[in-house]
Design a binder for this molecule. Structure first.
Ligand SMILES: *[C@@H]1O[C@H](CO)[C@@H](O)[C@H](O)[C@H]1NC(C)=O
Ligand SMILES: *[C@@H]1O[C@H](CO)[C@@H](O)[C@H](O)[C@H]1NC(C)=O
Ligand SMILES: *[C@@H]1O[C@H](CO)[C@@H](O)[C@H](O)[C@H]1NC(C)=O
Ligand SMILES: *[C@@H]1O[C@H](CO)[C@@H](O)[C@H](O)[C@H]1NC(C)=O
Ligand SMILES: *[C@@H]1O[C@H](CO)[C@@H](O)[C@H](O)[C@H]1NC(C)=O
Ligand SMILES: *[C@@H]1O[C@H](CO)[C@@H](O)[C@H](O)[C@H]1NC(C)=O
Ligand SMILES: *[C@@H]1O[C@H](CO)[C@@H](O)[C@H](O)[C@H]1NC(C)=O
Ligand SMILES: *[C@@H]1O[C@H](CO)[C@@H](O)[C@H](O)[C@H]1NC(C)=O
Ligand SMILES: *[C@@H]1O[C@H](CO)[C@@H](O)[C@H](O)[C@H]1NC(C)=O
Ligand SMILES: CC(=O)N[C@H]1CO[C@H](CO)[C@@H](O)[C@@H]1O
Length: 281
């Protein structure tokens, strides 16, 4: 048996070798953190991966040595993200980007809530299925959440506690039912909201936009099951620069005066409307 100190030095040299080999540019990382990253990598099939740079997106805190940023390159990881993944031990992460990988038919483990210091979380363009666990509401420091291009289902995810969000992208999923009625109240900093290509229902508006001082700059609602007239509250979103309402059942005539207060508007997309005549009865 090796002495503990000798063993840790041996481990350190081993990991130093491994990290040089793998060109980890994060010299501040503690050996145990490097080991955990290698363990995380080994949970997946990564044969097609460019091995010389797949860990370039790792950053560690230069004081504590804990991993604070993890950004994997596209297409490196194939397999199931399990709830016991070593990923969920990185509880000092501020920034996690696992976009464009291939987490084949994984559901989102509720253990994501362990990463409760996260400010940026991007899980887009994977094959995540099922509902967003309610534990995501523990991620109260999130400013950016991107779950787009997956096969997520269920009602609009629980976002009440995510009060610091400025960007929320849930596009290209299968979310259904209505947008929560107090969305803009609970997310006063929201400037980018993309809900395109889901199965959301209800009127064509963002609820409660009339009573809020919204900072929304980007709003995309197209290709959903919203229908009816475009409701007046949208005219209160005075900072909007981009408004996309394509492929909806917009009743006509469209009241263009709704848009006249949107002085910052650069792009308005109401193309491919499946318009039905507005009935006054
Ligand atoms: C890995 O990617 C880098 C940068 O994209 C490239 O320069 C290098 O040749 C690649 N290495 C291999 C083994 O594919
Ligand atoms: C740690 O990093 C920060 C910026 O991320 C830098 O300002 C600081 O000087 C660094 N401290 C040490 C001890 O390297
Ligand atoms: C996440 O990583 C992908 C590459 O896989 C990159 O295109 C994208 O810009 C990154 N997003 C964020 C928020 O860092
Ligand atoms: C995680 O759980 C699976 C079974 O679901 C098991 O096969 C695997 O060894 C576990 N991994 C770790 C790192 O504990
Ligand atoms: C994703 O995984 C599936 C099943 O393992 C495989 O057939 C597919 O080619 C993979 N896609 C990519 C982009 O690696
Ligand atoms: C979210 O990810 C998708 C796909 O990776 C990307 O196209 C989109 O721009 C991202 N959204 C935001 C708000 O960055
Ligand atoms: C929201 O955060 C509060 C604490 O700030 C907590 O008590 C509550 O359980 C959280 N709500 C959800 C739905 O997690
Ligand atoms: C938002 O509007 C709905 C419907 O008018 C109302 O029931 C709800 O109380 C409002 N929420 C807030 C936070 O104002
Ligand atoms: C929208 O219009 C199309 C074609 O008229 C119709 O089939 C569909 O049921 C309508 N409603 C929704 C929610 O898409
Ligand atoms: C603004 C717009 O594209 N309006 C069209 C919506 O669809 C109806 C019926 O198909 C057309 O008559 C409108 O011109």
């Amino acid at each position: 048996m090796m002495q503990p100190r000798l063993r840790s030095r041996f481990l350190f040299i081993l990991l130093l070798f491994a990290s040089t080999f793998l060109a980890i540019n994060a010299l501040a990382c503690r050996p145990d953190q490097i080991q955990a990253i290698l363990q995380f990598k080994n949970e997946f099939e990564s044969g097609g991966c460019n091995r010389s740079d797949y860990l370039n997106g790792v950053l560690c805190d230069n004081v504590t040595g804990a991993v604070t940023k993890l950004q994997l390159p596209s297409g490196c990881f194939t397999g199931t993200l399990k709830s016991n993944s070593s990923l969920f031990g990185f509880n000092h992460l501020l920034y996690l980007n696992l976009s464009h990988n291939n987490f084949t038919s994984s559901s989102l483990p509720s253990e994501f809530s362990n990463l409760n210091r996260l400010e940026v979380l991007s899980l887009s363009s994977n094959s995540f299925t099922g509902q967003v666990p309610s534990s995501f509401s523990n991620l109260i420091f999130l400013t950016h959440l991107n779950l787009s291009h997956n096969q997520l289902t269920g009602s609009f995810p629980l976002v009440r506690n995510l009060t610091k969000l400025s960007s929320l992208d849930l596009s290209y999923n299968q979310f259904s039912r209505t947008i929560p009625s107090d969305l803009l109240q609970t997310m006063p900093f929201l400037s980018h909201l993309n809900l395109k290509e889901n199965h959301l229902t209800g009127p064509i508006e963002v609820p409660n936009s009339s009573s809020s001082t919204s900072r929304l700059v980007y709003l995309s609602l197209g290709n959903n099951k919203f229908e009816g007239q475009i409701l007046k509250p949208i005219s209160k979103l005075i900072h909007l620069e981009y408004l996309e309402l394509s492929s909806l059942n917009i009743s006509y005539p469209i009241d263009l005066s709704i848009f006249s207060s949107l002085k910052a508007l650069l792009i308005l997309d109401i193309s491919k409307n499946r318009s039905i005549p507005y009935s006054t009865t």
